[in-house]
Design a protein around this ligand. Structure first.
Ligand code: URA
Length: 249
């Protein structure tokens, strides 16, 4: 069982450290043959060099570099999406553990609530925010007035904004003044501007989903780490070679 041929750290210890699960859970994953090192199924007791060996669980690379961390935060209104605010307002970074230092993936407006990822994995963060990957973000918007079917159709087909036509979106009514809108662009204040453009200014905006990531039970201001399945799903989503961005950005 014990691998004397390799130096480095025990695989189950590395997996546990990067947040895959408890040491016990990680041992089970290895025993079930779900963990590979440099493409070969790993045995319990295998040692790895966290910096150089490619460790995958169910075929998805895990961030074995020590200290990579991924938080999902439910941002409350009135909190700034930045690491430090010159005006001294509360920041999203202030709501999660201070060490290791993380940064927000993309941004939500001061008054927007809902799901925000924070990580110290710059590579994954870049891929998630890059427009070419078109990661879908779902929002719930409480709006002024009751959007008609024609207004929803305009949102779906694309709305002319000052920085150009928006890409087709998914739009539906959840209640007479509550719109569910899914977009895959990340323009500044895009949802607010789209709804303004169709005559229904936003009163309250909540992001409810980022790609495959959602969590209805995370209270405002609360955070948790992404679990392995979520991290794998995100990595899979942005693993494809970037397509050229039709908007040229
Ligand atoms: N669209 C907006 O208008 N605001 C946000 O915070 C996110 C998307």
């Amino acid at each position: 069982m014990v691998d004397d041929q390799h130096t480095g750290e025990r695989l189950q210890k590395v997996l546990a450290r990067v947040g895959i699960g408890s040491r016990r859970v990680c041992e089970d994953l290895i025993e079930d043959g779900r963990v590979t090192v440099n493409g070969e199924i790993a045995e319990l007791g295998r040692r790895v060099e966290a910096e150089t060996d490619l460790v995958e669980v169910d075929g998805a690379p895990i961030g074995v570099r020590p200290g990579l961390i991924y938080y999902l935060l439910n941002k409350p209104a009135g909190v700034v999406t930045t690491a430090s605010d010159p005006q001294g307002r509360p920041t999203v970074v202030g709501l999660v553990p201070a060490e290791p230092r993380v940064f927000p993936v993309g941004r939500l407006d001061l008054d927007t609530e809902g799901l925000l990822l924070l990580t110290n994995d710059g590579e994954l963060a870049n891929r998630i925010t890059h427009p070419s990957h078109g990661v879908e973000k779902e929002y719930l918007a409480e709006v002024k007035g009751e959007p008609s079917r024609a207004a929803l159709r305009r949102l779906r087909e694309g709305v002319e904004l000052e920085d150009g036509l928006t890409a087709p979106a998914q739009a539906s009514l959840v209640a007479p003044t509550l719109v569910r809108l899914t977009i895959h662009e990340g323009r500044n204040r895009q949802v607010r501007r789209m709804l303004d453009a169709v005559g229904h200014p936003v009163q309250r905006l909540i992001r409810t989903k980022i790609g495959p990531i959602t969590d209805r039970r995370l209270a405002p201001g609360a955070w948790r780490e992404l679990d392995l399945d979520e991290l794998r799903a995100l990595e899979r989503l942005v693993a494809t070679v970037a397509k050229p961005d039709p908007t040229g950005r």
